[in-house]
Structure formats: structure tokens, C-alpha cells
Ligand binder design. Sequence first.
Ligand code: PGA
Length: 249
Amino acid sequence: MAVIAGNWKMYKTRSEALAYVQEFGPLVANTDREVVLCAPFTALATLAEKLPATGIALGAQNVHWEAEGAYTGEISPPMLTDLGVQYVIIGHSERRQYFGETDERVNLRLKAAQRYGLTPILCVGETLEQREQGLTEAHILAQLAQALVGVNVSRLIIAYEPIWAIGTGNTCPAEEANRVIGLIRKEVTLLQQVAQQTPDRVQILYGGSVKPDNIDELMAMPEIDGVLVGSASLDPHSFARIVNYQPVA
Ligand code: PGA
């Protein structure tokens, strides 16, 4: 099943989140796609009350790796599951860029999320500089190698998010996103084999300036299993159009 996840980032108060769901819910009521809203921590409890009736799943945007402890300002996996959160974004490039997130911590978060039954959405992707230097593949493989140590690769979602495409309106061409996601899939399949895990298809999403006018083309690509959407997920109508995409032939 295709996964269409919205990343609200640091947007929406509780009342704004409620108004959104009221409008968005009916627009996606008939979808067979897995729709996820990754909201700020402060809106999770409010959304958790409303979303079950809509079939929309709830996600967070980060999680600490300990269950509890003296970690001022942090939120733990059981705190999220207690609210009914099912998904959590881990290693988003904005966390890596602005908050010192490292691959080592990404790995800790991934393992903790899985331990508590959360489905992680692991973000990887290259900068424009890395792309121009021909380092895209090496960078992504290094990110995966470090992030996935000791992680069950059959129980996570990966999002390929080229940093130069995030928030820029500069979407990665669908064929190129398809190519890189194919490489990620190859690597993950290899890791499944090494760990002797059943070779289930890992869902790999594309993220970076996904909009109503490019979703159909992206979702027509064989390797792209869904999308992670930032700014276009903030408006219920534009996000509903993305959820209700029609892959072009
Ligand atoms: P964008 O963000 O859709 O606004 O480019 C994507 C993301 O950061 O996940």
C-alpha cells in the first residue's frame, strides 16, 4: 500500500490541527492509501482523539532513544505510543542540519522506535554540493550503513529526500528519484539477506517539493512507494490532491 506522509514541521497549533482534520478527513475518506500526519508534539494528543474515526495514522517528527530519564526537553518512545502514535520521522535533514543530528543518534532512535513498536521513517539524502561532486550514492550508502546497524530493516520506511529539493520547489526529476530509490532498495535487500530476514519489500518514499502537480508522475515510478510531503501537506486541499494521486500511464 502506498504511504503518503505529511510532515508538518513546526506548524499548526491544536486548534489549527483540528480545523485541518475536519476539512481533510472527508477529502481522503475513500482512499486505500496509508495516510500519515506527522505533527508537532504539542498537537499529537489532540489529533489522537480525532484521527481514529478518519483512518488517518498519526506520526511524530522525532523521538529520544531512552524510555525515560533525566533528558530535559525530550520525548520518549512509550510517551508517543501511549498517545496512539504509530510512525516517527527519524534523521530528517533539518534535524541533521540545525540540531546536530548524527548517524549514530539516528541509529539509537531507530532501534528504540522499533523496540516500542513505532514504525520509523528514516530520512536520507545528499546536499547539492555532494550531488555536484558525484558523491550522491556514496553518501547515501554511508548514511544507511551507519543508521541501520542492529536495525530490523524489514520494519521501517525509508524516505529519500535530496536536501536540495526540500522546501525549494526544485523537485528531483521522477526518473532520478526512481534511480536513487532503486539503489537504496538494492542495499536494503542485501542487508535483509545478510540478516537472513524475509525479503519483504521495504517501503521507500520520495520527499522534496512534492506538490499536486508532480505527484502523479512521481507515483508512476516503479521504485517509489509513496511520498513524504512538507509544505504541500499544510493545506488540506493540496495534501488531499496528493493522497488522491492518479499515476500517469
Ligand atoms: P517539502 O519538505 O515538501 O516542503 O520540500 C519535505 C520534507 O522536508 O520532508
